[in-house]
Design a protein around this ligand. Structure first.
Ligand code: SF4
Ligand code: SF4
Length: 190
């Protein structure tokens, strides 16, 4: 449903602003973010359009777009934004809201990126660090692409680029507590 910000209450805009700490209404559509973004050509909607969609309350369209999943959080866009909008924070806010509200894109690339995110975060939660070999194996299994990049493994292993064994970091327990606390704070904020 389209909710025009000035005519009706735009709860999507409010939610994105609250989560990101940005004010999307400040965007005046100059497009500098698009020309700076290194991945805008891969996005369904580049950052400028995403800003406009939020202003129009186009929640589902924003959630289903691949834009926030392709965002690298590099901040190149916000560095050039004349309104000083924290665009990567806005992208991240949409990502989090889509997860919280259980929106799932059918786009294969988006699905794979989400799987990569989940596996990476799970590694950090469990070991306090990334464990590359396991991460690659889990990703290949979960994306049903068992032999993806396998030809690179022997070279990388021989050069010691991928450690075979792994240990948790000394701070793994502290990191686990941090995740718990962050989860609790997120729930309280909702
Ligand atoms: S650079 Fe800033 S003001 Fe310009 S379109 Fe992008 S977000 Fe909007
Ligand atoms: S932070 Fe995201 S949207 Fe901004 S330039 Fe980088 S990839 Fe593009």
């Amino acid at each position: 449903m389209i909710t025009l910000g000035l005519l009706e209450k735009n709860t999507f805009l409010e939610a994105v602003n609250k989560k990101s700490g940005a004010n999307v209404l400040e965007c005046y559509q100059c497009g500098k973010c698009v020309s700076t973004c290194p991945v805008s050509s891969y996005m369904d909607f580049p950052p400028r359009e995403i800003m406009q969609m939020i202003k129009l309350g186009l929640k589902e369209e924003s959630y289903m777009a691949n834009s926030m999943w392709f965002c690298l959080t590099c901040s190149a866009c916000s560095g050039r934004c004349p309104r000083e909008i924290d665009i990567p924070a806005v992208m991240e806010a949409i990502r989090h809201l889509a997860i919280e509200e259980n929106y799932r894109s059918e786009n294969k690339k988006v699905k794979d990126i989400r799987k990569f995110h989940d596996i990476f975060l799970d590694m950090i939660k469990r070991y306090g660090r990334n464990y590359e070999l396991r991460m690659m194996a889990e990703f290949n299994i979960r994306t049903r692409n068992l032999f993806k990049d396998m030809h690179l493994a022997p070279k990388a292993l021989l050069k010691g680029k991928i450690p075979i064994g792994h240990e948790s970091t000394k701070s793994a327990k502290a990191i686990q507590r941090m995740f718990k606390l962050a989860g609790k704070l997120e729930k309280e904020k909702r």
